[in-house]
Design a protein around this ligand. Structure first.
Ligand code: AMP
Ligand code: ZN
Length: 483
């Protein structure tokens, strides 16, 4: 049985979805104002492993992820409560583009990186700006139930009206962060914006820039005035739209546990009176030289940076697999080199299995089962991927016939996602393209051997080797491959 650490109960629990066969899962996606870095990608790696593990266990998974393309303010993460400038508008200002162009550009790059890392395609990838109506509707319900108040710059959630607030987080941290910058009209440092106004006293007003004529590019009509939604409300509106009022799993990076997720819970559960999600899964940070990788610090490598240095993107995926998702992980190039070497060695090893597969005899069912069981136990142990990798290597190094090994291995790769079948076949195919002159020499050698001119045949073999190819005598004749 799958067990998962649930941040809500702070315990490892057996996974029991509401429906016995179907799972609804929501992952907080990227804010598309910059390139995603390898730290961000680590959080999506966990969501992907979870989706793959659930599917491996036979569940039908509906996996929803959002794209934040509006309303995420520069101070949000500090608990400054929706102050600072909208990150999207800020990039547009700095890059001289429209906000829509910024959103499109970084969304496209994100999707490309996401695919390159072999992450599971979400059943639905939804943008905040496509769901303004749903967000307004939810705020309206909160207003009707008395959970909101309005200040000069927006509509806020009144946490004092919701005593259960902050189940996930440590409240002290929110108060601490809130000291950084505080909107004086807010009643409580923990209150957060549901809707922010872009006009004040009838004039364009960008509160972040404290400028009366700085007009926002993204703004919508609402019952409270023209403006834009706060960051948190999008995830409540979209997750409930696609997965229902209560669903099974919600994931995100560990920073979401302090502010974003408590806010999502409050604004959803205040309306529905049902738990938004049963299991909350958080990925620990990826660090670099002891510091959190973060977009604002600008210390994060992107996939593009790694590719420029000739790293294989899937070597990064292999690196992620080596550290448990709840453990902080320090990124170094030494570790990435080691991951790349191990990954290459693995693919090369598998690419050599083909011939031996021909003589793979029967394999006792209990031997196969033993590998499969131990692999399943590892992934089901709160996604213990390093343990799963160890079982995989044990299989690779075993003396089982390679036909059986590849069958078991490719099944494991449904979770590991290292594209092993495809990559090993590519290597094999590349090695099989033997130039005509080499084939000619090989034929000549065969002929000489038949005529028992072994010395002359050996000379040709040596020639062929000098040209970079190996002739192997195998049961069914000969095989030629690149050295
Ligand atoms: P953002 O695009 O900034 O909204 O972040 C997207 C996701 O990446 C969120 O789930 C964050 O919690 C997560 N995240 C941000 N930085 C890191 C990091 N250094 N390591 C792991 N996850 C991170
Ligand atoms: Zn979210």
């Amino acid at each position: 049985m799958l067990s998962l650490y649930n941040s809500l109960t702070k315990k490892v629990e057996d996974f029991k979805p509401a429906h016995p066969l179907q799972v609804g899962m929501y992952s907080c996606g990227p804010t598309v104002y910059q390139f995603a870095h390898i730290g961000n990608m680590r959080a999506y790696n966990t969501s992907d492993l979870l989706v793959r593990t659930l599917r491996y266990n036979g569940y039908d998974v509906k996996f929803v992820m959002n794209i934040t393309d509006v309303g995420h303010m520069t101070q949000d993460q500090l608990g400054g409560g929706d102050t600072g400038e909208d990150k999207m508008e800020k990039t547009a200002r700095l890059e001289g583009k429209t906000v829509w162009e910024v959103a499109q550009f970084y969304t496209d790059v994100f999707r490309k990186d996401y695919d390159a890392l072999n992450f599971s395609k979400p059943s639905r990838l939804c943008k905040a700006t496509d769901h303004i109506k749903e967000q307004v509707d939810l705020i309206r319900l909160l207003e009707e139930k008395g959970f909101t108040y309005t200040t000069s710059d927006g509509v806020y959630f009144d946490t004092a009206k919701y005593p259960e607030y902050g189940k996930l987080s440590s409240l002290d941290q929110i108060k601490e962060g809130a000291r950084v910058e505080m909107n004086e009209e807010r009643k409580n440092p923990r209150d957060f914006a549901l809707w922010k106004f872009s006009y004040k006293d009838g004039r364009a007003f960008n509160a972040a820039l404290d400028d009366r004529e700085a007009k926002r590019q993204m703004e919508w009509k609402s019952p409270w005035g023209k403006g834009f939604p706060g960051w948190h409300i999008e995830c409540s509106a979209m997750s409930m739209k696609y997965l229902g009022k209560s669903f099974d799993i919600h994931t995100g990076g560990v920073d979401n546990k302090e502010i974003h997720h408590p806010n999502e819970i409050a604004q959803s559960e205040a309306v529905t009176r049902k738990p938004l999600a049963k299991y909350w899964i958080h990925t620990a940070f990826m660090m670099i030289s002891g510091e959190k990788i973060s977009k604002s610090l600008g210390n994060g490598y992107t996939l593009y940076d790694l590719e420029q240095q000739n790293y294989d993107v899937l070597a990064l995926r292999y690196l992620y697999l080596q550290t448990h998702y709840r453990q902080e992980m320090n990124f170094t190039f030494v570790a990435l080199d080691a991951a790349q070497n191990a990954f290459k060695k693995l693919v090369l090893e598998i690419s050599r299995w083909e011939e031996a597969a021909l003589d793979s005899g029967p394999v006792p069912a209990d031997v196969v089962k033993d590998y499969e069981d131990r692999f399943l136990d590892a992934i089901n142990e709160d996604l213990n991927m390093s343990k799963a990798l160890a079982v995989m290597w044990e299989l690779v190094k075993s003396d089982l016939p390679s036909g059986a090994k590849s069958r078991i291995l490719f099944k494991m790769d449904r979770v590991l996602g290292l594209d092993l079948e495809n990559l090993s076949a590519q290597i094999r195919n590349a090695q099989q393209i033997i130039p005509g002159n080499i084939l000619h020499m090989v034929e000549e050698r065969q002929h000489l051997r038949k005529e028992k001119h072994f010395n002359a045949a050996d000379k040709i073999r040596a020639e062929v080797e000098k040209l970079g190819y190996v002739i192997e005598d195998i049961k069914k004749g000969i095989k030629v491959r690149k050295k």
